[in-house]
Write a protein that binds this ligand. Sequence first.
Ligand code: COA
Length: 171
Amino acid sequence: MLFLTSPHLLLRPLSADDAAHFATLLGDDPAALQQMAQMPDPCTEAAARAWIVSRLGPGAHVFAILRRQDEAFVGVVGFGGNPAMPEMGYWIGKPYRANGFATEAIGCVVDYARDLGVPRIHADTFPDNPASARVLAKAGFVTLGMVERIFPARGGRRELFRHVRELTPDS
Ligand SMILES: CC(C)(COP(=O)(O)OP(=O)(O)OC[C@H]1O[C@@H](n2cnc3c(N)ncnc32)[C@H](O)[C@@H]1OP(=O)(O)O)[C@@H](O)C(=O)NCCC(=O)NCCS
C-alpha cells in the first residue's frame, strides 16, 4: 500500500471503511461541511461511504491523514478530475485543527502530484473560509481571483477564490 510521510503525518489511500471516521469527525460539524462543496450534508456513515466509493476510481488520489505518533485518523486530502489541472480537496477534524496538519498534508500531496507529472493543481475556497485560503497560501498556492461554480447542495451559483499551484520540477 502506498504511504506518504511527513514529519507529523502518515498518508495512506482512503478506503470505504473510513466512512465511520467521516461520521465521527464531520457528523456534528455542519459549518465544516458547508465549506466543502461536494461533501454530503448530513455526513452519515452511509453517505460518507457512497462519497468515498465515488472517488476511488482511476485518476483519483485520495488519502486518509493519520497522525504519526498514534495513527489517529485526523482528516482527508486528495485530488482528482481534469489531468491538466486537477482539483484538490481536504479537511481536518475539529479536534485536530490548528496543528499545521492541513498545511503539512497538502505539501505532501503536492510533492506526490509533482512526482506523477501533474503540471498544476488548483483548489477553490468560499470567501468565508479564510483558514482554508491561508493553508493554501502556506502551501505555495497563488490566488488568481474569483470563479463562479454551481453547487446545488450549497445554494446554487456561488463565487469562490481560485488558488493554483504550479508543479514544475523545481517549484
Ligand atoms: C481549513 C482546514 C483544512 C485547516 O486545517 P488546519 O489543520 O487547522 O490548518 P493548519 O493548522 O495547517 O493552518 C491553519 C491556518 O489558518 C489560520 N486560520 C485559522 N482560522 C483563520 C481565520 N478565521 N482567518 C484567517 N486565518 C485563519 C491559522 O492561523 C493557520 O495559519 P498560520 O499557521 O499562519 O497561523 C480546517 O479548518 C478544516 O478542515 N475546515 C473545514 C473543511 C474545509 O474548510 N475544507 C477546505 C475546503 S476549501
